[in-house]
Design a protein around this ligand. Structure first.
Ligand code: SF4
Length: 321
């Protein structure tokens, strides 16, 4: 089966002046298949949002390739480009910033339908009503403004807006990060429900691993512009191997006081280095308790260590030279 999205050696650099270059995404590869979700996880500033935006063509690429159903996203023109903008939608982190506060909910949701001439005025009203129902809101909400809703309701409106033009692929860019934990679960459940009903494919960007588990089939852990571990969700949570992944997982609280009191928490030292001048060799070496001289001199390559389990770390790739 051909993947819906195939990202190969993608690079996105930003010139910063003074001959400096910010390498936000640096040689990233992954595939997402129809009806599946890839969780892209890492600390703020690791490049995950930039990666998502480059995959949707919002940013140009510096190198590599993004194929959507076999077509190069950055080479699409004319009708192909228009079709792509219909099939690929983004749900943003802050719905209050991404939805126009001067528009009524009805117009926010219907905007894409109008742009793509997908329905008559009467049909449009019915579609909006149905979408509101599907995302758990009521029909009278169509006549209200965005400031009249809670954070969770606004995100539901953002989801309805994204679904209005029958997309096939959604980039969910930290859609739950600004929400309370109880609301986060509701939004994740809603996204899963919509995925099952409509066969949607997701790239789910998040900064911690706790909620990602409940929606992702595969998880890619990113650090300073690179993917350091990529595997199935079950494997990542049961057998994390990269020291960074282990640290991220150890930060998730366990709702059992006995287990929580006895388990080891890995506290990472220092801050994430600047992506303008990342460390040579392994980018994680300044914070890794297993770092050796080799880690400072040679960049670890991605290596398969099990079925569908890839890691970039010298502890698992003795052949790196
Ligand atoms: Fe740590 Fe070295 Fe592995 Fe990097 S390559 S994660 S520094 S052991």
């Amino acid at each position: 089966m051909e993947p819906v999205l195939k990202v190969s050696h993608l690079k996105k650099y930003f010139p910063m002046g003074n001959n400096q270059i910010l390498k936000a995404v640096d040689d990233v590869s992954f595939e997402i298949y129809q009806g599946k979700t890839l969780g892209l996880v890492g600390e703020s500033g690791c490049g995950k949002t930039t990666c998502g935006r480059t995959c949707t063509g919002l940013y140009s690429r510096t190198g590599g390739q993004v194929l959507f159903k076999g077509q190069d996203v950055h080479e699409m023109r004319g009708k192909d480009r228009k079709d792509f903008t219909k099939k690929v939608q983004t749900i943003f982190q802050d719905p209050y910033a991404s939805l126009d506060p001067r528009m009524k909910v009805n117009d926010i949701i219907a905007e894409g339908i109008r742009i793509h001439h997908m329905a008559s005025k009467k049909e449009e009203r019915e579609i909006v009503q149905e979408l509101l129902r599907q995302v758990g809101l009521q029909s009278e909400h169509a006549n209200r403004y965005i400031h009249e809703f809670s954070g969770g309701q606004r995100q539901r409106i953002g989801i309805a807006r994204a679904l209005a033009i029958h997309p096939e692929f959604l980039v969910c860019d930290e859609p739950i990060s600004a929400l309370d934990v109880s609301i986060q679960a509701q939004i994740v459940n809603l996204l899963r429900e919509m995925q099952d009903k409509m066969g949607l494919t997701y790239l789910f960007v998040a900064h911690d691993l706790s909620m990602v588990r409940h929606i992702s089939d595969q998880v890619a852990v990113m650090y300073l512009g690179k993917i350091v571990e990529l595997t199935s969700s079950d494997e990542l949570y049961s057998h994390p191997v990269h020291p960074y992944t282990q640290a991220l997982l150890s930060a998730i609280p366990i709702p059992d006081p006995d287990v929580e009191a006895t388990r080891e928490r890995i506290v990472l030292k220092g801050d994430v280095p600047s992506p303008i001048s990342p460390p040579k060799g392994c980018r994680f070496r300044g914070r890794c308790k297993y770092a050796t001289a080799k880690c400072g001199g040679i960049e670890p390559k991605m290596k398969q260590i099990g079925t569908g389990h890839f890691v970039a770390c010298h502890l698992y790739n003795k052949e790196d030279a």
